[in-house]
Design a protein around this ligand. Sequence first.
Ligand SMILES: [Zn+2]
Length: 498
Amino acid sequence: MDNARNRREVLQLGIVGGLGALIEGVGFAGEPSAAELSSTKVATGEAPIRTRVFWTWDHSTEWALNRLGAHTHGSCNEYGRTRGTFIEDYTTLLRWCGRHNIDAVVVWGLLRDCHGGLESAKRLCDVAAKENVRLLCGVGLNAYGGVYYEGDSPHNLERHLQAHPELLSVDADGKPLCFQVDADGRKTNITTVGMPGPRGFYQACPSRRENQDFAMESLAWLFKNLPLGGVQIESGDTGICQCKRCRDRRKHSPADFSWFSWEDMGLMYPLAAEAIRSVAPDAWIVCETYSHPQPYTGPDKAPQFGDAKPVWADAELAKFPRGAFVQWVCDRFLDDGPTGPTWTAEGRVSDAEHRNIMRAHCSTYWWGIRGELALQRIARMVQKSAASGFDAVSLFGEVSPFCTGAELNYLAMADFGGAGNPKADIDSFLRRVAAPLLGGLDNAHDFVRLARLLDDRKQIPAALTDIYGRLPKLPPSAARRWCWLANHLASFVEPSPA
Ligand SMILES: [Zn+2]
């Protein structure tokens, strides 16, 4: 999950990070990288990336167009669309994935009373099966509503904690760890009690056996009642319990506030896998780390979302269920240089016990602008990931491909690291995939060049004249994509007085 702290930092850094300049290089300091990659998997014709995943929140997913209520950002929001739109959004998305080489879709907020609970989720499982796509339910084990995200269900975490307030996580002062965070990053403690629902962040104490049992029973119920492809599980990145049991259990539990705990993951993920596999032995289990595999060697501190992995975390990683996917995040590590951390050869993952997924927040307000073209960052993510032992990647999939920026990002993820483009080469992608969509190869190169003018907005008015001049010569489908770019660019310049 993307935590509130990350949201605040992204608000501060997002414009620069999300619209970063074209990254020309492939390699990075000390990596096995391009040459080694060429001499191993690429030379044999094997595709380095085998699995591609879309990651979504229900409330921000907008594939059925011209409907009310979609959020453009956030986690744990209320659901503002209709039940019918929920089905249409994900039916359209799953069909696109089935036809475009995307293997799995994570849905956070899959189970809510307001959009049909189990019945709607079953319908989407049917669509996913037909399209040969794995539908993965996002499940917070100690947070994020549990298995049943919102509603009057015994498998809703907030309901469980309201019935058993003694099982809540507490802060260092012994007060329940329940709060909301607004878009400016302000935290407000929750003092009201109401109907079960996503009214902020609630955490269950992971040390309490009752909460462990609740998570395991809920997961078993989930797989008995839904033919899911799997789950993405998280231990919570909105604060960790500081009760005596938790502090005694953890060797690395700082006194000040900490967003997440590797030791909580090492405790809870094996329990979750045991419960899931007792019902669905073939389910994919994706275990979130909120971290990058680059070893962190600085002074001991509480890790934050997207940080390097503390060296001691390897002992917890070894407890993760064998055969599961371990999910990492690389946003900050795509900006090697004076301002960002460096992803070196030490940030390599092993596939001996687990498979590994690398995830980035490209083309979202978590890290940039929702729907923007992000080919360079996606290529860099795939290149670095493949060179570091990853065989799976994940991107947000909330925006409809009617938005051409999102469409090209998705098609690039489907292409990069595959048999047709093992080195994630942008020119190859433009030639083989984008050119037919944009009016030819020259137009495809121009499209990418002009999309980067968000970094140089003085050039946008002249670029708009250029784009409008191209439209009469383009076939209708290409012209529509260029119209998207023109309106996207125009929305960033001061409108002229009427
Ligand atoms: Zn505790």
